[in-house]
Design a protein around this ligand. Structure first.
Ligand SMILES: Nc1nc2c(ncn2[C@@H]2O[C@H](COP(=O)(O)OP(=O)(O)OP(=O)(O)O)[C@@H](O)[C@H]2O)c(=O)[nH]1
Ligand SMILES: [Mg+2]
Length: 412
């Protein structure tokens, strides 16, 4: 597969601003795409945006904009062009054609391929590795043109000549065979993990869900004292981690898994079905939100839509607003000014209390009844979250073990 892990390649990013989008939104999407590129160790040199009703069917952007991109890429000898939306096979072919006119070999990527590349870097288990490779093969197959075939072979380096039509045919056949093989392999793995899950004691299952980089793994560490990997990169987690946690004598299973992101094609999500089984089979969800993110509301919507997509909606949920230590609003800052003597640094504890109070008031009328405001990193309000989780877990636990309360009284 195309692997940019060791390389430090350069890219330009291209986005279309549709009528439904504001300029800020488009910028936000491009920032996210640049963050994805950065996670893949790709260095963004420039971004191009064009206002269009919708992306052009033939070349994504219009002729004029394409000329600008061509000129820049050739002048700066850029390695790849990354498009913010998924390209159709036809668009890939046409865009490649434009570059071929100038004998410029450039990698054409889109958002999904970039995300898949990160998944491939991060996947740890045989199951997730197989899932990622299957998703990559399925995504690339219809787009197997000279350039993409060339990308898919892990040759990576720029300057190689792409294969001819005949070789392409062979490539397609190999890809097809590989897809059949990977599907079969996944079926076997799924059977095994299903048996494993069935053999587990029936315990209440709680799943952390949320947009990527909101702090799910950090919270997992706080709640389960688990040694899970967290970092300020997108998709730090790809595999599912499950830990047994016991609060107040009630054991339950807590799982952390892959984060969600906007514009991820349903088909691609589907290929992660088995990783997402933890979420689908959970009794309770902890939907973690990064409240310091300017677009957190849209991120909540993306997560909710994805939950519907994977068949995990309508579960009892705690909406966990995280990173309140980074949250700032005029109201809180002005109040701080009044409390402090003016020049002193603001007391962190007072600040957190004020932010919490402010947020609680502003979310009082929100339709979601269970909201908790925390800082996983600074360990703020974790106790409150624990008790919110416990209320739901106990409710569920009693459903599974109706005699539990009676047994506890007898000293079980
Ligand atoms: N300031 C601040 N940073 C936080 C907080 N919680 C998490 N972070 C940081 O946010 C970044 C992402 O945290 P993760 O726990 O990896 O997030 P995640 O949701 O598991 O992300 P993915 O696995 O990549 O989807 C890390 O750099 C954390 O240190 C918080 O409460 N406050
Ligand atoms: Mg994580």
């Amino acid at each position: 597969m195309h692997n940019t892990e060791e390389l430090n390649e350069t890219a330009v990013l291209v986005a279309v601003q549709t009528q439904k989008q504001t300029a800020e939104q488009t910028k936000e999407y491009l920032d996210e795409l640049a963050f994805l590129a950065d996670t893949s160790k790709i260095n963004t040199l420039h971004t191009f945006t064009q206002k269009l009703e919708k992306p052009d069917n033939k070349t994504y952007v219009g002729k004029g904009k394409m000329q600008d991109i061509l000129a820049f890429v050739i002048d700066k000898d850029v390695d790849m062009v990354i498009f913010d939306d998924d390209l159709s096979p036809i668009q890939v072919r046409n865009i490649e054609g434009e570059f071929a006119k100038f004998q410029k070999e450039v990698k054409i990527l889109d958002r999904s391929l970039l995300i898949l590349n990160i998944f491939a870097m991060r996947a740890q288990t045989v199951q997730s590795r197989t899932q990622v490779e299957l998703a990559q093969q399925q995504y690339i197959l219809p787009r197997l043109t000279r350039m993409w075939s060339h990308l898919s072979k892990q040759r990576g380096g720029v300057g190689m000549r792409g294969p001819g039509e005949k070789e392409l045919e062979t490539d397609r056949r190999i890809a097809n065979d590989r897809i059949v093989f990977l599907k079969e392999k996944l079926k076997q793995i799924d059977k095994q993990s299903m048996t494993q899950r069935k053999n587990r004691d029936r315990m209440v299952r709680v799943s952390l869900v949320g947009y990527t980089n909101v702090g799910k793994s950090t919270l997992m560490q706080r709640l389960a004292k688990a040694d899970v990997f967290a970092e300020n990169k997108l998709f730090a987690t790809v595999d599912a981690t499950v830990r047994k946690v016991t609060f107040e004598n009630v054991p339950f299973l807590l799982s952390d898994t892959v984060g969600f992101i906007r514009k991820l094609p349903t088909k691609l999500i589907e290929s992660f079905k088995s990783t997402l089984d933890e979420v689908r089979e959970a009794d309770i969800l902890l939907h973690v939100v990064d409240i310091s993110h300017p677009n957190y509301q849209e991120q909540i919507d993306v997560v909710n839509a994805t939950l519907v997509d994977i068949g995990a909606a309508n579960k009892p949920t705690v909406l966990v607003f995280n990173k309140i230590d980074l949250f700032s609003t005029e109201e809180v800052e002005i109040n701080d000014w009044e409390i402090g003597s003016g020049n002193e640094p603001v007391n962190q504890q007072i600040r957190i209390e004020k932010v919490t109070e402010f947020l609680k008031n502003s979310f009082m009328n929100a339709p979601q009844p269970l909201t908790v405001f925390i800082s996983a990193e600074q360990r703020e309000n974790i106790e409150e979250l624990r008790s919110a989780i416990m209320n739901l877990v106990k409710e569920k636990h009693i459903q599974i073990f109706p005699n539990w309360l009676a047994e506890e009284v007898v000293g079980y």
